[in-house]
Design a protein around this ligand. Structure first.
Ligand code: FAD
Length: 473
């Protein structure tokens, strides 16, 4: 079955489909998913927009190298099983990346159709096929031939899970050690239910377990056991423990009640279930919530505050709208939900009342100066522009960095000046047999970049084992 019969003109005549979503007013008061997913007919029609370019630029835009034209061509032909098989072979977490990848900067940014109009909706189609596969296909099975090699993975975020899946597929015996009580990393504790339902994370994890991946939760490497101890039991190790240590504003008043790091705020809501009516985890709910930051984390925190009942949910960012690193779709959704954006502002001091709770924040207006090392224009304070903004809760989402808990117990691991693990071109650290990837190497990045690192490291680990080790049977 093929759909190659369509001419380029016919493909070009098809307009990009729309993603059905919950109405903004309704969804701003609940935690169920915003995007509702494409219907099969709409997905097939959208896939028919692909021009099947010979040089496949979209694939170059995908850090895990999903064979995009091939899986789109299968959808266009109505062969959803074929599309799912391609997707599953290339991407360990397709239902996740279909929901949270910044496609507008990756595959869709490279789509030729985007030059003169709208790119093919690769992300929505990925989500469609992954969801279809979860409903209609059995989980992938474990390979029958085992190598006898044992690999430990530290961290069950997208980097660790991808490496685990790839290594299990190659026949290695894989154990993931996770510090928290549930697997998924940021997918579990950071990204809210309304963007990535935890039932989806559960299903993706189950697929990996069906392939033979073992997951041990409540194991903190660096406390419960060390990397040295891991290496006595395992033939290789992949460290993907993320960069979950919050960065603070370092302004007076940051210790007042009602001030959260985004990490704590979102963990309480997502991992600990504070958003559920029967949830027992306490969370402060204020009429006015002010969130500092401009990335996906800030966006998730401010939209969460709105859903928890804030009448004013304000995002304050020290640069302008064009400099915000958040996904375009999240910014659009947040605006529709009534989130207030305040640009070119920096906090100077958080002010409290007599009970020790936040009552306001003193802000300074900024203007954009010359570009900094990141290429973005640097915010510069405007003297005499300070003012007060009332606030009941404040969430700080200005970045995270590497947690030294693991690295402090592993002195042979070479780190850069920010505490991130250094690796060579194969993903290997300064310790033979120990590989690393994801945010612990890059600093806060993206799901798909962590997955790309997991995939690269898995291939290197496989090579390393076969060339250097005798299997323990
Ligand atoms: C709120 C939020 C929203 C985001 N939204 C997006 C988005 O929409 N799109 C996108 O592409 N990216 C997004 N990101 C970034 C993305 O989630 C990260 O870049 C990605 O999760 C990094 O993956 P990782 O596997 O390296 O680490 P993580 O996902 O951080 O996973 C690391 C895991 O290691 C565990 N761990 C840590 N230390 C230890 C230890 N010592 N022993 C054992 N286990 C340990 C942690 O508990 C965690 O489960 C977001 C990030 C946040 C915080």
């Amino acid at each position: 079955m093929s759909d190659k019969s369509l001419t380029a003109k016919e493909r070009l005549a098809i307009e990009r489909t729309h993603m059905p979503e919950q109405p903004a007013e309704k969804r701003a008061r609940n935690f169920t998913e915003v995007n509702l997913g494409l219907a099969e007919a709409a997905a097939i029609e959208e896939a028919r927009r692909c021009l099947l370019c010979k040089n496949r630029p979209c694939v170059q835009g995908c850090p895990v190298g999903v064979r995009i034209p091939e899986f789109l061509e299968r959808i266009a032909a109505g062969d959803l099983r074929g599309a799912a098989e391609i997707l599953r072979a290339d991407n360990a977490l397709p239902a996740t990346t279909g929901r949270v990848c910044p496609q507008e900067k990756q595959c869709e940014a490279k789509c030729v159709r985007g030059l003169k109009g709208e790119p093919v909706a690769v992300g929505w189609l990925e989500r469609f096929v992954a969801d279809w596969a979860m409903e209609h296909l059995a989980p992938p099975s474990a390979p029958t031939t085992k190598t006898g090699f044992r690999v430990a993975i530290v961290g069950s975020g997208p980097g660790g899970l991808t490496a685990a899946g790839e290594l299990a597929r190659l026949g290695h015996d894989v154990t993931v050690f996770e510090a928290l009580h549930a697997p998924g990393g940021v997918l579990r504790y950071g990204i809210p239910e309304f963007r990535l339902p935890k039932a989806i994370v559960d299903r993706e994890v189950k697929n990996l377990q069906a392939m033979g991946v073992k997951i041990e939760c409540n194991v903190i490497v660096g406390k419960t056991l060390t990397v040295a101890e891991i290496l006595r039991e395992f033939d290789a190790c992949f460290i993907a423990n993320g960069a979950g240590l919050p960065v603070f504003l370092h302004v007076p008043g940051e210790n007042l009640k009602g001030v959260y790091s985004a990490n704590e705020y979102l963990t309480r809501v997502n991992l600990m279930g504070a958003y559920k009516p029967q949830g027992r985890t306490p969370i402060a709910r204020g009429a006015i919530a002010v969130v500092f930051g401009g990335g996906n984390t800030a966006m998730d925190a401010v939209r969460t505050a709105k859903r928890l009942g804030s009448t004013r949910a304000i995002l304050a960012y020290r640069r302008g709208r064009d400099e915000m690193p958040a996904r375009a779709e999240e910014i659009k959704h947040a605006e529709e939900e009534g989130i207030e954006f305040m640009f070119l502002l920096a906090p100077l001091e958080i002010l409290g009342n007599d009970d020790g709770w936040v009552r306001a924040v003193r802000l300074q207006r900024m203007e954009l100066g010359a570009p900094d090392a990141s290429g973005r224009r640097r915010p510069v304070p405007i003297p005499g522009s300070e003012f007060e903004l009332a606030a009941d809760i404040i969430v700080v989402a200005v970045g995270t960095r590497a947690n030294p808990l693991l690295t402090a117990t592993c002195p042979d691991l070479k780190l850069n000046k920010w505490g991130n693990i250094e690796i060579d071109a194969n993903g290997m650290t300064s310790i033979p047999g120990v590989f690393a990837g994801g945010d612990i190497v890059r600093g806060g990045a993206t799901v798909i970049l962590a997955m790309g690192d997991g995939k690269t490291a898995a291939a290197s680990i496989d090579r390393y084992l076969r060339e250097n080790k005798v299997a323990r049977r």
